[in-house]
Design a protein around this ligand. Structure first.
Ligand code: AMP
Ligand code: TRP
Length: 331
């Protein structure tokens, strides 16, 4: 049995990196895996959200993006983490098994908590335990994530093994991380050395999934580049990160390799290349944006998709949760 589970935090402002680095990979995986669950991890959004007033909208926007990008909600549940209470119940049980030493090794906590760890929140510290519960409650076997989440999936494997040994059972599978490579890393349009991100102060650093065609064209025109023509090989792009990023984006969208794109545009100036790139981006993103807008207007239908998703996720999660309660020894 193979089962995929993945999730994204609904923190608003979906951008091209979320599509090329995450959601698009899931769309491809649903062709080869018969069993997939796609979660919108709203409980995980709380650890960094001081203000939850946009959470409802951001959650719907994420659901709309999953569907508009091609996740098949008729075949697989798209659901909201907080709609399935078993995630948090299992997280508590797993938390009672987790040595603090394991959590102290998590690099994401160190990065996000910064220097002032005394003021960091328990939710941020315990984040990997909840993520492990998200995965294990469905006995997922494969977890497609970005490179930065690999450590959390390895933590999940360790915790699954610890649970099995503690209770002397062979209950949890050890899930495999599926990491999509460096080529899927989309960098900022203003600085080719940092990731494209919704949290960058400049909107010109990113292409949002809801940007219209004119905005996309403008952002690509304004994207930072240099005055040299494009070379015919990737080796000569080593010290030109912004140029390399635009080539990578073009390659990811066209389905060709970055090397092929280089050959195709060798000797061209960016004015030419950017025009073709923005045409390609618009061809891919405009239908996604239009579909998202339509879904966001039809809130009842969108909510119905999430309700159906929650029903089937709850069914599987509750079945496993009952077995877990028995294993742990609750009355
Ligand atoms: P975030 O919005 O940062 O929580 O990321 C959600 C998902 O999108 C994660 O799986 C990330 O790996 C992926 N992602 C976000 N930004 C990028 C980017 N610039 N390049 C590639 N993947 C990204
Ligand atoms: N931690 C992941 C991220 O920040 C999101 C996430 C939460 C997740 N639970 C998950 C991803 C379970 C995969 C499986 O991107």
């Amino acid at each position: 049995m193979k089962r995929i589970l993945s999730g994204i935090r609904p923190t608003g402002g979906l951008q091209l990196g979320n599509y090329l680095g995450a959601i698009r990979n899931w769309v491809a995986l649903q062709e080869t895996f018969d069993d997939c669950l796609f979660c919108i991890v709203d409980l995980h959004a709380l650890d960094t959200l001081a203000d939850t007033s946009t959470l409802k909208n951001d959650t719907r926007e994420m659901a709309a993006a999953y569907i508009a990008c091609g996740i098949d909600s008729a075949r697989f549940p798209i659901f909201v983490q907080s709609h399935v209470p078993a995630h948090t119940e299992l997280a508590w049980i797993l938390g009672c098994l987790t040595p603090l030493g394991w959590l102290n090794r998590m690099t994401q906590f160190k990065d996000k908590a910064g220097k002032n760890q005394e003021n960091a929140l328990l939710g941020l510290y315990a984040y990997p335990v909840l993520m492990a519960a998200d995965i294990l409650i469905y006995k997922a076997t494969h977890v497609p994530v970005g490179e930065d989440q690999k450590q959390h999936v390895e933590f999940t494997r360790d915790l699954a093994g610890l649970f099995n040994r503690t209770f002397n059972v062979d209950f949890f599978h050890l899930p495999e991380p599926m990491i999509f490579g460096e080529a899927m890393r989309v960098m900022s349009l203003r600085d080719g050395t940092v990731k494209m991100s919704k949290s960058d102060a400049s909107d010109y650093s990113r292409i949002n999934l809801l940007d219209d065609a004119d905005t996309i064209a403008l952002k690509i025109r304004k994207a930072r580049t240099d005055g040299d023509p494009l070379p015919d090989n990737l080796e000569n792009l080593k010290d030109r990160p912004e140029a390399r990023n635009l080539i990578n984006i073009y390659a990811a969208l066209s389905g060709e390799t970055a090397a092929q794109i280089c050959v195709q545009f060798a000797g061209s100036y960016f004015s030419t290349f950017k025009k073709d790139l923005s045409d390609l981006l618009i061809a891919v993103l405009e239908p996604i944006g239009a579909k998202m807008h339509q879904l966001l207007r039809e809130k009842d239908e969108l909510d119905a998709v999430l309700q159906r998703g929650a029903e089937s996720a709850n069914k599987l999660a509750n079945q496993h949760m009952q077995e877990i309660r028995n294993i742990v020894g609750f009355l």
